[in-house]
Design a binder for this molecule. Sequence first.
Ligand SMILES: [Zn+2]
Length: 250
Amino acid sequence: MRDQLVNLLELQSSDGKVKELDAAAKQLPAKLDPLRRDLAKLQGMLDAERAKLAETESWRKSQQEQIDRERDALKNAQSKLQASKNSKEFNAASREVENKRKSISDRESELRKVSEATNAQTTQLSARDADVQKLRDELTSSEAAMADQVKALQDQLAEAKSARDAARAKVQPQWVKTYDSLAAKRGYAVAPVIKGVCQGCHMALPPQLNNILARMESIETCPRCGRLVYRKELLEPPQPAAEGSEPKPS
Ligand SMILES: [Zn+2]
């Protein structure tokens, strides 16, 4: 029974290692999520600004076309002015010329203002474009570095899984079944007893049960949490944490 308990503990510690590595391998790529989110946000802002700029550009074009039409109208008005035969015609034509000139000049001055603003925005936009590109390069190189780390973790995981499978094969099938259902229900299946107290649920075991455990002739379960229990001082198992964190030479 001692062997079975030792094997069960080995299975538990190798299972823990597999879980730990599996979680680390899954979490690693998510570390770049904040950078990805930043990048998407900045890109979205840039796209919106660029769309606005395109809108302004099409407005500018339509204004320019309007100015061209007004220039034609101005020419017409100027010919009318030259052809005027009396002061009434002359006054009407010169008013029209004046109006057209004013309208053209107003529109042109507004266009100039808009063009200046647009130029400043375009300059700003290309500076931001460069920033975003920098961030994108950063993400790409981080992703490349991370791919190596993920690969290393996956190798370790594969190694841990085969160690786990080997440990599992050493445990008798009926205990594997118990182990699995306890691990699923309780997180882990085997708990040490220290000074008569189950370390899985912190309940003091009945003294009788503690005495039975001292004999190591059977595998017993904690009456409260149902975990498989053993007296820690009789097995002194290696600490899974200390054992698990040691780098393996490869
Ligand atoms: Zn317990």
